[in-house]
Structures are given as C-alpha cells and as structure tokens.
Ligand binder design. Structure first.
Ligand SMILES: Cc1ncc(C[n+]2csc(CCOP(=O)(O)OP(=O)(O)O)c2C)c(N)n1
Ligand SMILES: [Mg+2]
Length: 585
C-alpha cells in the first residue's frame, strides 16, 4: 500500500462527488498512481490520447461542451508543457479544466534526472489557481479531499469565471501499489467544499442606471456573441425594447426575430454598405458576450462610438472584451439577470407598432438574406460561404458545430441564416488559434456520446493538417461519432483577404502565407482510418453530410472534404457584398 495510491484514489473519489465525468490521459510512467486511480473508477469515462497537445484540446472540448472540467493528466517533462496552448485557450475562453501534471520528487530535480523540468508555474498567468501539494504524505491526509474539491471550485465557480487550474503532483517510487483506506469524506457522498454560485447579481443602483440609459433610447441595438445569456432571454428583452439583435451564431440567438425586434445575421454584409452603416447609427449598444469576428462590425462599432453611441458591456467574468476600448459602462453581472431585470423595468404596453428604426433593420436583413441566397443558388460549384450557410441550415436539431478560426468561423458568422432550433456553435476564439480544432471537436463528441446530438467540425485544410494527431486513435479507444468537414482551399485562404496578398509577388506570398501543403487532406484522413467523402457540387452537400453522420456513428470520425479555390473565394465574397449593396439601394 502506498500513500500515493491512497492520495490519488481520494482525489478521484472527491472529483466523482463533485460530478466530474471525464478524464483525458496521455501515457507515461510518473503519472501512474493517478492514471490507475482514474482508470479504476467506473464512473469516470477515460480517454487515452497519445499526443498531449491534442489531449489538451480534447479536454478543452469536453469542458466547452459540458461546462464540467475534464481531468487532463500528463506525465512529467515536456509532456506537461504540450498542453500549454489548450490551457491558454481555456483561460481566454473561460472553459473549466483540471490539469494534473506528474512530477519527480524534489530530490530528483536539478541533478540531471530524466524527464525532469520546471513544471511549477509553467502556465503562468493563464490559470485560475495552481496547487503544488508536494509528494503525498500521510501527515497531509486531512487536506486531500479539500485539495480535490478546491480544484473543481476554482475551475468552475471563481470570480473570474470558469477556467483552467493546475495541480503539479510529485510522486516518488514505487509508483504502482494498491490504495489503503481513504480519509473519510462528507456524509451522503457530498463533495468536501460546495460553492454556492449565486450568480453575479445586479445591484439596484446599477439597474437604475441601465434603465435610465435604455428606456429613453429609441434606437438601440443588442450585440450578441458567445456567452450572451440564454437566447430566449435575449429575444425577450429585444422584443420588450423594440431593438434589433445583431446575433453571432455562437450566441445561440441566431433565430428568427420579428419586424419590431429583428434578428440581424447579415451584419457584416449590411455594414459594408456605407449608406446603411452611416444611417443606422444607434444611440446605445448593449454588448453581450464575445465580440464578433467581423472587422466590419468592429469598425462600425468604433464609428458609432465616435458619433456618440453609448456602449454598455455586460461582463460577468471581468473579461474586459472591448478591443476598441469603447465601453462607457461595464456591468459585471450575469447576463441573464441583467437582461431579465431590465426587461421587467422597461416593459411597454403591448401592441406598440414596430419603430421605424427596427423596421429599417428588419427590411435590410430580409433583403440581404434574399441576395445571399440568390448569389449562392447561382453557384452550382461548392463554395465556402455556401458550405457554412448550408451546414448551419442542414444541421439536425440538437447538433453542435465546432468552427475553426480563420474563414470557417467568419463564413458562419457572415452567411448562416437565422433558423429556429439552430445548431450550437462552438469555437476556440479565446486565442483564435487554428491549432487543436479537430481535437476539440472530438472532445465535444466524447462529451456528447450517448446523450447529445450530432457533432460536426468545420475547419480549414491548414487547421486540419496542423492537428493531424487528433486522428491518431489507440486500438483500445472507443470510436467517436464526429464529422470533420474540411474546406480544402489549398492553404490559408484568409490571407488572400489581407493587404499582403496584392502587395507581394505571388511566389513569396504563397510561400509565406498561402502555404499550400504537399499532403492531401483526404489521403491523410484515410491513412488514419477515417471514412472520407467528397462534396463535388453544392447540391451534394446535404446528402454527403447525411452519409458522413451515418458512417461516423458506425465507425468513428468521418471526414468530408470540400475542395475550393482561394482566388474564386475572394471573388465570391466580393460578389456577395455587391449583391447585398444592390439589394439595399
Ligand atoms: C496556432 C496558430 N498558428 C497560426 C495562426 C495564424 N493563422 C491564422 S489563419 C491561418 C491559416 C488557416 O488556414 P486554414 O485552416 O486552411 O483556413 P482558411 O484560412 O483557408 O480558411 C493561420 C496560419 C493561428 N491563428 N493559430
Ligand atoms: Mg485553407
């Protein structure tokens, strides 16, 4: 019997009491006591991944999908540092995660022992909390349950919102023995610490301020991004105020609106039209959740601020997501509470006619959607905006779409039309990395297994190739029903939109930015054992997605390859913009 085994079994018992369900483990020896304790607990689903970098994003996907932290366990040495990118993304995206890195005991540090590096403090400021409990010792038994419980509390319910925590766990040999009796836990299986997260309340004085700003404003806008609050709450406030909702698909609020409070999905295209953008200037913007990816929307917000529009930022986690530094008022409270309280206070008589302000937005949105449809219907070949729009429209109710940074997340933002029952859209937009997207999608699929709906990733070819170890699956690992839709435009399509493209000679641009790769996306997918389908024409998209879902359910990740052309993609985006402008004129 070793203390390490008892210590680890206690941590795991406490995590189960806290409701944790998943552990992601990469192989190694030093982590043996915790790996075995996790594996022996039948209430924990185990996911064993070879590459720690990929394992980190897989754990991120579980946290993103469930709001429950996954335990992420690595061995010592560089293995521990491989998860850094996922930790940073979890930090910036407010995704809970419990990172456990095994370490050697103090006497093996600084003496050339193998796989021994500085791990304490490795993730710098990207953590909500870190623990360095030292080599397990019987004299610290009284603190073990608290440690495990505190890790969960800090990852889920701290003042800065959910995020990653790190436990650096030193183990001395022997590493594999049976646990002894565990220190007693709380009665009835309760966790050691329970944090009563009452939510971040809105002070009455703050509500008065908000009501004073919102009520008299005839021209208001709700800008909704990921983390905006419940879509029904957002819609209810919009209807009450008679304001449009400019809704990112990730907000969940990209649902059909009403003439008096329309949903604006085509904001990027609409606000490219100078006349529209300069005429539709609000008095007040209520900003919820993460900013849109669109530079056009960001630029319009800046010009509205310059024209005197007041910006109110609802920011429950003190994340200060205000890259343009425009926020006049920052409200550090839970968005559902803010929206609910505000709706109660500003409720108007029913039956008031839609304002001309709301109607102008509603009409523009209708025309833009019709123009986008008309352009995409004309293109029989498969296109990037068409795939984004088509995927959003096709997704069965209850689906989750994980969108890669670069063009996929933008094309969804710009071209997905509002629908009731929209798919949940997730993305790693904390640090905007193109790394780890396939792994994140698989983590989401692992979390959805058995209970959730279909899971699809929408990613670029470079993002797919960058995370190719996501496809490497152990022979004993269960298959995961995820579909990866890869837009293969032969490199980084987003760079063709940047000034570097026309300014540099083509060969240099291609070598530095376009970076087409030699390996074929479909070949790589097949080499990893994935079923692979191709979409040749736009009318084939829905059928191929249906087939891929079926294959993924039977045999694990399926890859749908969509081949497009970067130059044609620029032209199509221009065509869409021009057609929307024409529709508004
Ligand atoms: C980890 C990481 N490395 C580099 C970048 C810079 N970057 C942004 S977009 C992009 C190209 C992405 O290409 P692809 O995934 O094919 O998408 P596309 O641009 O073609 O839509 C790169 C390299 C990044 N965001 N993250
Ligand atoms: Mg690409």
């Amino acid at each position: 019997m070793t203390v390490a085994a008892s210590f680890c079994a206690t941590l795991v018992d406490e995590w189960v009491r806290a409701g944790l369900t998943d552990a992601v483990i990469a192989p190694g020896s030093r982590s043996t006591p915790l790996a075995v304790a996790l594996a022996r607990e039948s209430r924990i689903a185990l996911h064993v991944r070879l590459d720690e970098r990929s394992a980190g994003f897989f754990a991120l996907g579980i946290g993103l999908a469930t709001a429950r932290p996954a335990i992420l366990l690595t061995t010592s040495g560089t293995a521990a540092l491989e998860v850094h990118a996922a930790v940073v993304e979890a930090h910036l995206s407010r995704v809970p995660m419990i990172v456990c890195t095994a370490d050697r005991p103090p006497e093996l540090h600084h003496v050339g022992a193998p796989q021994t590096i500085e791990q304490a403090g490795a993730f710098g400021g990207a953590l909500r909390w870190a623990a360095e409990p030292g080599v397990p010792d019987d004299s610290t038994r009284w603190a073990w349950r608290s440690l495990a419980s505190r890790l969960v509390a800090e990852a889920t319910a701290g003042p800065m919102g959910p995020g990653p925590v790190h436990a650096n766990l030193a183990f001395r040999e022997p590493l594999l023995e049976a646990p002894g009796e565990l220190p007693p836990g709380r009665r009835n299986g309760r966790p050691w610490h329970r944090v009563d997260a009452v939510g971040k309340v809105l002070e009455p004085a703050c509500l008065d301020t908000l009501v004073g700003l919102a009520r008299p404003a005839a021209r208001g806008i709700i800008l909704a991004g990921a983390g905006a609050g419940r879509p029904e709450t957002v819609r209810h406030l919009a209807s009450t105020l008679g304001w449009p909702v400019v809704a990112d698909p990730r907000s969940g609020a990209r649902v059909p609106g009403e003439p008096g409070a329309p949903t604006i999905a085509a904001a990027d295209a609409l606000l490219r039209v100078d006349g529209f953008a300069s005429e539709q200037v609000p008095e007040i913007v209520l900003r919820l959740g993460e900013p849109w990816a669109s530079k056009v929307v960001a630029g319009w917000l800046a010009s509205c601020a310059a024209a005197g529009a007041l910006q109110v930022l609802v920011d429950p986690d003190w994340a200060w997501r205000d890259p343009g530094r425009e926020a006049d008022v920052v409200i550090a409270a839970d968005p559902d509470r803010v929206l609910g309280a505000l709706a109660l206070r500003v409720a108007k008589d029913d039956g008031s006619a839609p304002s001309s302000w709301a109607q102008a937005w509603a009409q523009a949105e209708l025309r833009a959607q019709a123009a986008i449809s008309a352009v995409l219907d004309r293109h029989l070949e498969v296109t990037e905006p068409g795939v984004a729009r088509g995927l959003f429209a096709w997704s069965p109710p209850g689906s989750t779409v994980v969108a890669s940074s670069s063009m996929p997340v933008r094309d969804l933002e710009w071209f997905a039309a509002p629908r009731s029952d929209p798919p949940r859209v997730l993305a790693n937009r904390g640090a905007n990395g193109i790394d780890g997207v396939a792994s994140t999608t698989l983590g989401v699929a692992a979390a959805a297994a058995g209970t959730g709906g279909p899971v699809l990733g929408l990613l670029g070819d470079l993002a797919f190739l960058h995370d190719s170890t996501a496809l490497i699956r152990g022979r004993r690992e269960p298959s995961l029903a995820a579909v990866l839709v890869v837009i293969d435009n032969g490199g980084g399509g987003i760079f063709s939109f940047l000034p570097q493209a026309p300014a540099l000679e083509e060969a240099l641009f291609e070598r530095l930015f376009g970076t087409p790769q030699r390996i074929d996306v479909a070949d790589l997918a097949r080499a990893a054992g994935c079923d692979t389908l191709e979409v040749g024409a736009s009318r084939e998209l829905a059928g191929q997605l249906d087939s891929a879902l079926g294959q993924a359910a039977r045999r694990g990740p399926a890859v749908v390859v969509v081949r497009t052309d970067r130059k044609a993609n620029i032209a199509l985006h221009e065509e869409l913009g021009a057609e929307v402008a024409l529709a508004l004129s």
